[in-house]
Design a protein around this ligand. Sequence first.
Ligand SMILES: [Zn+2]
Length: 275
Amino acid sequence: MPELPEMEAWRRGLAEPVSAFPIAKAGPAHIATLKTFDPPLASLEGRRFRGVERRGKRLLFPTDDGELVLLVHLMTAGRLKALAAGESGPKQPAFAIEFVGGSKLVLTENARKKRAGVWLLTPAAAEAEVAHLGPEAIDLDAAALAEILRSDSRRLHPLLRDQRAIAGIGRAWANEILHAARLSPYALSTDLEDDEVARLATAVHDELSRGLALREAGAGDDRTYRVHDKLGKPCHVCGTPIARVDFEEHTIYYCPECQTGGRVLKDRRMSRLLR
Ligand SMILES: [Zn+2]
């Protein structure tokens, strides 16, 4: 699942290729991928993108005349790629844009159920589409984070992933951040001491920055993540095997030594059934 570091690395990589030439042809688009029909996709043709912006996990491609914004949300399995003129790409992309001169932007989604989405919007509609998102995770300072944590008593892992509270973090980076902050994924946001809030703020910034630097250098998941999806592998700090627990519909990875005082967390779905 691409999160803030992955989307920001894509944004930086796509900015130049998508704005170099005017749009020659917008589409085709898979019926499940294109979420809007007015304005029609063809209204992009002849215009040029100004560049790429990012809000949380979404990318926005505004036209340089200020009239349209193409918004892309990749969800779990969507991937974006810029193809040079003549470079071969996927036979049936979920969405494609061809630029004058033959270069392309293609969206693929290697999943049976198409969940990634593309919206063509006016700037006002694009703004409304992202208005529910919380502040950008990578820009949060300790004071702003403290306010979010104290506004509602919630467990840290689901709170960090809530896009309305903080934009850009999903389950992988929530695992990495909580490990770096040495905090339990089940800790309640309102129970944190000031030094723990400060540690969490530092971890959010440092882990997302580490992820962005690695993704920009082309690193894959295995080299990028140190905790996420590392069940049984030694913790990079203390050597304890990384543990896993199911919480609601998500799987959480953590180090029992570094994060929970040696305690193994209980599966919340199971404990709810037994209660
Ligand atoms: Zn550890």
